[in-house]
Design a protein. Structure first.
Lengths: 582, 505
């Protein structure tokens, strides 16, 4: 059963938390979107700055190369002078590791190299930056990145090229300096996916071995972007987990600067806020549930008190009352309940009083019935005995009458005493058959007088039980007498014994009027009788005696057919001492 | 033939590698890549690397900072007969890799065999003074000398081996493999079995390949890290260990060449070069200015001697005084106008030497000296030096930590071998001879101090910088802290349990 307090708590929680959740979801979405965009914009800004710096560096270097080319194209310079210019430039501008002047056929004329020049005019695999050819990136013998740049000497007689090996170490340094958060790095890739620089020290081997990053999610998206479409952001996963990458293009060099950062780090703030909001919602939910539970309890407590009191009244505890502290409808209900309980007490007292009065009347009538006849007989006998005192025969007759009636008075009084205080029983082994046979024989005359036949059907052999012969005789007598009284003339009474499941069974069956079904359940109660007169104590006393001896007594009856009383006693292995001695 | 390559490109080698175990790194295996291109056409470096790991001498100078010989197979030694006899107490419990016990008899045979080698006599000149090697008892060796020979204890670090397969006593021994070079630890090594079980040497075409392999986790060590690349290589997984090297960059003058006969000219050339700027620009600060051939950390070195001061004006004046005037034009010459013009030999494909040469060329040009370069293949370079067919030569040359090294190049009379520059200064020769023969520390200090000054007055070369070398080692290995080459302490390396492997994927 779902308690009202629980329902109330859930109702409150739902009413409070659903809007809270809605608010939280909207806030979270807005915050997350905004914060993520801010992070992306920040990282993109970093990438763009790096791209600008790289472009500046390369453009500056190209300008240096053009300046050198301009110097070389001055007329009248001897070869040694050209040689000196190249060497001085290389010493002065560390951006270039080598400068070599090539003729139109690509043969070196002068070079900053002391040994054999190592540069050549870049082929078609490079890029053309405003007439300056730039080769693909490579790592030189000093493990540093370089690219070859060539400027055509248009003003020089015979043409030729000034070719320089550009030191891209500065680009590495720029990229190395970029650290976004703790684990965000920058990298530079070409249009073809060649990795030029990587800020993650652990990933430098990718540069060294000339890895191609065409499969990098962001690089591939850029490569497959439609004309006019600009791809600047992507979320993807690699061996470090989910990543957030932004890209800034260097269109002139056809390079891309990527800044990538683990997603969990990049979006740490929104993730943290998300967690805090979730915690807040859970806490609010718990508080709401708690408050709802407490309020529900306060609301339901009076109802529970009324329920308890009602249950107490039903159990007969009429002194139970409800403590009513509120002045609302429930308070009024409590007051009404208490008034009802008070009225119930009064009614119960009335019933008891009437029951007592009825009982007293029934007992009085029974006593009058049971005692008036013997007393009247005794009185009559006393009067006659005075008149006919001299007649011995009469005198003896009156004496027997007086003694018999006194015995009847005594039995009535004994019954009353036994109802109040059961008689102590003396238990010893007795034969049920013998006791019953003796009793039936003693009552044969009474049966004959009433025009009734009384038969016995005893089991063969003795049936020993632990019993009190006097008390059992009283029980048998009560039952047989009841049968005699309840059976019309020419009826039959059978006293039967048997053995069943280790028990001795005694049945007194008659062909009398029978007992109505609705009265069968109460006939063993005190002062209950089916007869018009009498105290109604016989069956009640009989039942008490039987149960005192460890037996049971039941009755089956059909109106107009007859009644059967069945007694069951546990058999005993013991035998009367007299028999045992034999 | 290959002698100069060995001298120039050295006793301390490079390289690293791990071939077949690349994807299952184990701290018990050290893979050393070896960039053979560093010494094109030669195998000197590889042989030296193997010798360092497998052979030992009676003494040791490789780990010496102050130039004193350190005990190795000999625990101690003492002079007798006024320096004409050296008695060595040998270490007990030493065993050769083939199980032969290291006794005085075996040691005497091995030493005689080593002395007999021509290369030994060139690099370890004092062994020529040994007239007999006698075992005494089980663990004593007596060397009788033709004359007092003070360099002998230091020169006795020449590696000893026995048998046709050159079996040594080192911490590692070579094992036969169909391909590559592999060494295994020598479990009976007298100082305790190394923690590293195997060393695999993996040759590569060039340094770049070795570096890539290191970053990919395929090798554990790269022996030669260019100064410019140190900061790019160093990361959470790789440590770069720099150490001072008793080698120096210098431009040696051929004393037979007329242009260098004048000591004033040679002094002027030394004054014309700004060494600090050179070290900063070219060596990225990884070097120390050199003013002479003597190892400045040697115990007898006189720190009060004034080094060459950068003084281009003074240099020009000195050259003027020497009669070397700067012509107004360069008429009839292939180069710029110059008061002095000479050609310097340079080995091909050594970019660092080339950059040094370029920088020095510019500095000399500023005082009117035209230093031209002749770049030749390494084999020709070696032959030209030995034969004296050069005016000047730019060289990365061993010059310490003992004085026996500079003595070889500058103190001995010219002959076949290493005294190829023809430096001829009677006082310097006398003082070198004092160093060679004196076993008295006071006399040595005095001679060194005077020699330093003589060499400053009459410099045999344009001394540039003592250089440093850096080796990159994976942090899986704990390398003992030392100021010297970690290659010599591999047997002491242990597993670094604190290191975290860094993904390079």
């Amino acid at each position: 059963m779902k308690r009202i307090s629980t329902r109330f708590a859930l109702l409150l929680a739902a009413a409070a938390v659903v809007p809270l959740l809605g608010y939280g979801a909207v806030s979270l979405l807005s915050l997350r979107t905004g914060a993520q965009q801010a992070v992306i914009d920040g990282n993109l800004n970093v990438a763009r700055q790096v791209a600008e710096q790289i472009e500046l560096y390369v453009n500056g270097s190209v300008n240096i190369l053009k300046a050198v080319a301009a110097d070389l194209q001055q007329t009248g310079l001897e070869r040694w002078q050209q040689d000196r210019i190249l060497k001085n430039f290389v010493l002065q501008f560390t951006e270039f590791k080598e400068l070599t002047l090539l003729d139109e056929n690509g043969r070196p004329i002068v070079s900053s190299r002391l040994g054999t020049p190592t540069v050549a005019v870049p082929g078609s695999e490079g890029v053309n930056l405003n007439g300056t050819l730039i080769s693909r990136f490579s790592v030189d013998d000093d493990l540093l990145p370089t690219a070859v740049i060539a400027v055509r000497l248009v003003d020089r007689g015979g043409g030729g090229w000034l070719v320089g090996r550009l030191n891209l170490e500065a680009m590495w340094r720029m990229v190395d300096r970029i650290r976004v958060g703790r684990n965000g790095y920058a990298l530079v890739v070409t249009n073809e996916g060649q990795l030029l620089a990587h800020g993650n020290p652990a990933a430098k081997s990718l540069v060294a071995r000339g890895d191609n990053l065409s499969a990098h999610p962001l690089v591939s998206r850029i490569a497959t972007a439609l004309p006019g479409q600009q791809v600047t952001f992507a979320e993807y996963g690699d061996e470090r987990g989910p990543m957030v990458g932004v890209a800034a293009r260097l269109p002139s060099l056809r390079w891309t600067v990527i800044v990538e950062q683990p997603r969990v780090e990049a979006f740490a703030i929104p993730i943290r806020v998300q967690g805090q909001l979730a915690i807040a919602i859970v806490v609010a939910l718990m508080v709401m549930l708690g408050v709802g539970y407490v309020w529900g309890h306060r609301f339901i407590d009076p109802i529970l008190a009324l329920t308890r009191s009602t249950r107490a009244l039903a159990e007969g505890r009429l002194d139970e009352r409800v403590t009513v502290a509120t002045h609302d409808e429930l308070g009024q209900l409590g007051v009404s309940f208490n008034n009802m309980a008070d009225r119930l007490v009064e009614l119960q007292e009335d019933v008891r009083k009437k029951e007592r009065q009825a009982m007293f009347g029934r007992i009085s009538i029974g006593l009058v019935h049971d005692l008036s006849h013997p007393i009247q007989n005794i009185g009559n006998s006393c009067k006659l005995i005075v008149k006919m005192f001299d007649d011995v025969e009469y005198r003896e007759n009156f004496k027997r009458t007086i003694e018999r009636e006194l015995a009847q008075v005594k039995r009535v009084l004994d019954d009353l005493r036994n109802v109040a205080r059961p008689m102590p029983l003396q238990r010893f082994p007795i034969d049920v058959n013998k006791g019953l046979a003796d009793l039936v024989e003693s009552m044969q005359t009474t049966a004959d007088n009433a025009g009734l036949q009384i038969d016995t059907e005893f089991v063969l052999g003795p049936l020993y039980i632990e019993g009190d012969l006097f008390a059992l005789n009283r029980v048998y007598r009560n039952l047989i007498m009841n049968s005699l009284q309840a059976t019309p003339p020419r009826g039959r009474i059978v006293v039967r014994t048997s053995q069943e499941h280790g028990q001795a069974m005694v049945q007194i069956e008659d062909t009398g009027y029978g007992i109505p079904k609705e009265r069968l359940d109460t006939i063993f109660e005190d002062f209950v009788t089916t007869k018009r007169r009498g105290l109604g104590l016989g069956l009640a006393i009989s039942k008490k005696i039987v149960e005192q001896l460890g037996g049971t007594i039941t009755v089956s009856s059909e109106v107009g057919v007859g009644s059967t009383f069945t007694l069951r006693f546990p058999l005993t292995e013991a035998r009367p001492s007299r028999l045992a001695a034999v | 033939m290959r002698l100069w390559c060995g001298v120039v490109f050295c006793i301390a080698c490079s390289a690293c590698g791990r071939p077949d175990v690349a994807n299952s790194p184990s701290q018990r295996v050290l893979t050393v890549g070896f960039p053979e291109a560093a010494v094109p056409g030669t195998e000197v470096g590889l042989a030296q690397l193997i010798n360092v790991l497998t052979l030992e001498g009676l003494t040791q100078t490789s780990l010496s900072v102050d130039g004193r010989a350190l005990p190795r197979l000999a625990e101690s030694w003492n002079w007798e007969d006024e320096g004409r006899r050296l008695r060595l107490q040998l270490r007990s419990g030493v065993t050769f890799h083939d199980g032969t016990a290291f006794t005085s008899t075996v040691a005497a045979e091995a030493l005689n065999r080593a002395i007999a080698r021509a290369s030994t006599r060139a690099l370890y000149p004092s062994v020529a003074d040994v007239t007999s090697v006698r075992p005494e008892g089980d663990l004593q060796l007596v060397l009788d000398l033709s004359r007092p020979s003070a360099f002998l204890p230091e020169d006795l670090d020449l590696p000893l081996s026995i048998g046709p397969n050159n079996v040594g006593t080192g911490a590692f021994r070579r094992v036969a493999r169909a391909t590559g070079v592999e060494l295994e630890r020598f479990d009976r090594y007298y100082a305790g079995a190394p923690k590293i079980e195997r060393i695999v040497i993996r040759p590569s075409d060039n340094l770049r390949t070795s570096w890539s392999r290191l970053l990919r986790g395929e090798v554990d060590m790269v022996t030669d890290v260019p100064p410019e690349a140190v900061e790019f290589i160093q990361n959470d997984d790789i440590q770069v260990i720099s150490f001072a090297r008793s080698f120096q960059f210098l431009i040696a003058f051929n004393s037979q060449s007329p242009v260098f006969r004048s000591a004033a000219v040679r002094r002027a050339l030394n004054a014309a070069v700004n060494r600090e700027a050179l070290i900063a620009r070219v060596l990225q600060g990884h070097g120390e200015a050199a003013s002479g051939p003597l190892w400045p950390r040697h115990w007898a070195y006189d720190g009060s001697a004034q080094p060459f001061r950068f003084d281009p004006g003074g240099a020009e004046a000195s050259l003027e005084l020497a009669g070397l005037h700067l012509p107004a034009t360069a008429r009839g010459t292939p180069g710029p106008p110059a008061r002095l013009r000479f050609t310097c030999l340079l080995p091909a494909d050594f970019t660092l030497l080339e950059r040094i040469g370029l920088d020095v060329q510019k500095q000399l040009y500023d005082v009117g000296v035209d230093m031209m370069f002749e770049v030749v293949p390494i084999q020709d370079y070696d032959a030209r030096i030995r034969e004296g067919r050069f005016q000047a030569v730019l060289v990365d040359m061993i010059s310490g930590p003992t004085f026996a090294r500079p003595h070889v190049f500058w103190g001995a009379p010219r002959r076949d071998g290493l005294h190829a520059f023809g430096y001829d200064n009677a006082e310097a020769a006398r003082l070198f001879d004092v160093l060679r023969t004196s076993i008295n520390e006071g006399a040595v200090r005095s001679a060194v101090s005077r020699l330093q000054r003589v060499l400053l007055e009459d410099p045999p070369a344009l001394f540039l910088a003592w250089n440093q070398r850096a080796r990159a080692v994976r942090r899986h290995f704990r390398v003992p802290t030392s100021d010297r080459d970690p290659l010599f302490t591999i047997w002491q390396w242990t597993e670094n349990t604190d290191s975290q492997s860094v993904s390079t994927k």
